[in-house]
Design a protein around this ligand. Sequence first.
Ligand SMILES: CC(C)(C)c1cccc(C(=O)NCC2(NC(=O)c3cccc4nocc34)CCCCC2)c1
Length: 246
Amino acid sequence: MRIDAVTLFPDLVSQVTQWGVTGRASEQGLLQLVCWNPRDYARDRHRTVDDRPYGGGPGMVMKVEPLRAAMHEARASAPGRSLSLYLSPQGRRLDQAAVERLAGQERLLLVCGRYEGIDERVIATEIDEEISIGDYVLSGGELPAMVLIDAVARLIPGALGHADSASEDSFSAGLLDYPHYTRPEVLDGMAVPAVLLSGDHDAIGRWRRQQALGRSWLRRPDLINRAQLSTEDRRLLDEYIDEYRS
Ligand SMILES: CC(C)(C)c1cccc(C(=O)NCC2(NC(=O)c3cccc4nocc34)CCCCC2)c1
């Protein structure tokens, strides 16, 4: 999958192709990330990339021409149509369903804001979707872009080795993860749940499902309401709730 990122900090965004699963996906040619810096398209002597806001007020706005030139160069640099996304607090909240939809695109163009943001007319004419990763104040759209790249890259066929894919099971079913344990068997007097040492893989599977259901019910009831629960799921969850309330 080809992803182009328009950013004033290409060295920051390109770090996502240097490490871990996304690093390997990039190494294997499954993910191709190219960064484009508006500063390289600033034609004045000072290579200006910000501009003053109409209406006055604090801060600056990303200068239109270098930004648009970088976007146009990015689009023209490879075949295929890019879905153009502006990472923005005004955007639709990113969730796994959106990630799955975006992973199906042949190309993504990610625009990262800095200063107070970008000109609204650039959004109106050049951006297909605004996407937000959450409600907190950030310094730029680069970390959100890297979050999106990570989430999308994991869905590229072949990107996840076996060791990585386990955690997809419960969440891709839209639930929180069951608790994980590893050595030692007793840590500061706290023992691993006995079922996990039993070797009874059916019991272990049921226990993990019940934990995923129960923890989702406790911490993220919104996920439970959206999940498609089987009758066995309902039984496991009811048993968890009875125990929790007893
Ligand atoms: C949400 C909240 C707190 C009410 C809010 C309200 C108003 C402004 C901001 C804010 O952070 N402005 C700065 C800015 N943020 C982002 O780009 C950004 C932030 C959060 C999630 C994101 N997902 O993608 C991009 C995201 C970076 C500099 C260029 C202008 C945007 C926040």
